[in-house]
Ligand binder design. Structure first.
Ligand SMILES: O=C(O)CCC(=O)C(=O)O
Length: 293
C-alpha cells in the first residue's frame, strides 16, 4: 500500500524534507522509549564515554555537563546492534516503506544513532550537510529522524534550510581543519530561510542527505530524543569509510539487489574519518575562521 501521496513526494523532492505524522506505532514508540530510559539510568554510573562499537569507538557519548546525578547522555551509536526494539524499528517501521517509495524500490541500511537532548542540555548541532560527512556515488540517501518525544520550538528541534539539498555542497574544512560544520558565512546567508521541524512523539522528519541542517540546545524542561536511521538506494556505493559502521550496515531492508551502481557528478573534499565517539567531538574543534550556528 502506498504510504505517500504524490503531493507528499513532490514536497520531499522540492524541500528536501518531509514531516510524517504517526510514523511509529504506539507499541514501537514505547519500545524505543523504554530501551532508552534504561540507557539513561545506566549512564549515571559512568564518568566518561563507554561501551564499544564495531570500529572500537565508544557507543555511549556523554556531554561535558554529565554528572552522577544528572545524565548528559547525548548519543547512542548503532542502537540496533544492542536492542531488539531499535532493530525492529530500523527494519519494519513505516518510514522504511516511505524511503523505499522515494529512493527505492531497493534500499539498504546505512547507520543508526540516538541523539538525545535531556532537559536543559546545551548540546548543539552545528549546521552541516550529512552528504559531506558520508559521500556516495549518488545522493539518494535519506535519514529518518524519528521523534521519541514531542519535539517543540523550545527543546532543540531540527532546523533545516528548505531546498538546500539541490546544492551547493558546503565545505566542512576550514583553514585545513575538519570542523564538521559549514562556515559562519554560509549560516548567515541562509538564516532567514531556516525552518524548525516540530511534531508529536511518534512523528518523523525524513531528510535528504544534502539538506543543510542543525539544531540548538534544549532550553526546556522536556527531553528531546530522536532515533536517526539512514537508508540509501541500492545503486549508491560509499566513497569514504562509513563513519558509524555496524553489523547491520548495508543490510538490504526493501527490494531486490540491482547489481548496479549509479554515479552523479559532483566534487567535494573528502571528510575526516572520526576518531572520537561521535561527530560532536569533530564539531567541538574550532578553526580560526569558522564559527557556527
Ligand atoms: O539531533 C539533531 O538535532 C540533528 C542531528 C544531526 O544533524 C546529525 O546527527 O547529523
Amino acid at each position: 500500500m502506498a504510504q505517500l501521496t504524490v503531493s507528499q513526494k513532490d514536497q520531499f523532492w522540492r524541500d528536501g524534507y518531509l514531516i510524517v505524522e504517526q510514523a511509529l506505532s504506539p507499541i514501537e514508540l514505547e519500545s524505543l522509549r523504554s530501551a532508552f530510559s534504561v540507557w539513561v539510568d545506566t549512564s549515571l554510573s559512568h564518568q566518561t564515554d563507554y561501551g564499544e562499537t564495531l570500529d572500537g569507538r565508544a557507543r555511549f557519548d556523554l556531554d561535558p555537563v554529565h554528572n552522577a546525578t544528572q545524565s548528559g547522555l547525548r548519543r547512542v551509536q548503532s542502537p540496533e546492534e544492542i536492542s531488539e526494539a531499535f532493530r525492529n524499528v530500523m527494519r519494519n517501521a513505516r518510514t522504511v516503506d516511505i524511503c523505499a517509495e522515494l529512493i527505492g524500490p531497493a534500499i539498504r541500511f546505512h547507520h543508526g544513532k540516538v541523539n538525545s537532548k535531556l532537559p536543559g542540555m546545551p548540546t548543539e548541532v552545528k549546521f552541516h550537510q550529512d552528504f559531506t560527512f558520508q559521500p556516495m556515488s549518488n545522493d539518494d540517501v535519506i535519514t529518518c529522524l524519528l521523534f521519541m518525544d514531542e519535539v517543540t520550538e523550545e527543546n532543540g528541534p531540527l532546523q533545516v534550510v528548505p531546498g538546500s539539498h539541490k546544492g551547493p555542497l558546503f565545505s566542512l574544512w576550514h583553514e585545513g581543519v575538519f570542523t564538521g560544520a559549514v562556515a559562519e558565512e554560509v549560516v548567515a546567508q541562509h538564516k532567514d530561510q531556516i525552518v524548525t521541524c516540530t511534531g508529536a512523539a511518534g512523528a518523523a522528519c525524513l531528510m535528504h542527505s544534502s539538506l543543510l541542517h542543525g539544531s540548538a540546545g534544549n532550553l526546556s524542561a522536556n527531553p528531546r530524543t530522536l532515533y536517526l536511521a539512514t537508508y540509501y538506494s541500492d545503486d549508491a556505493i560509499e566513497l569514504s569509510p562509513n563513519a558509524l559502521p555496524s553489523r547491520l550496515t548495508h543490510e538490504l531492508v526493501r527490494g531486490e539487489p540491482s547489481g548496479r551502481v549509479r554515479c552523479t557528478p559532483y566534487e567535494m573534499a573528502l571528510p575526516e574519518v572520526p576518531q572520537g565517539t561521535s561527530f560532536f567531538a569533530q564539531q567541538s574543534v574550532q578553526s580560526d575562521t569558522s564559527c557556527h550556528a
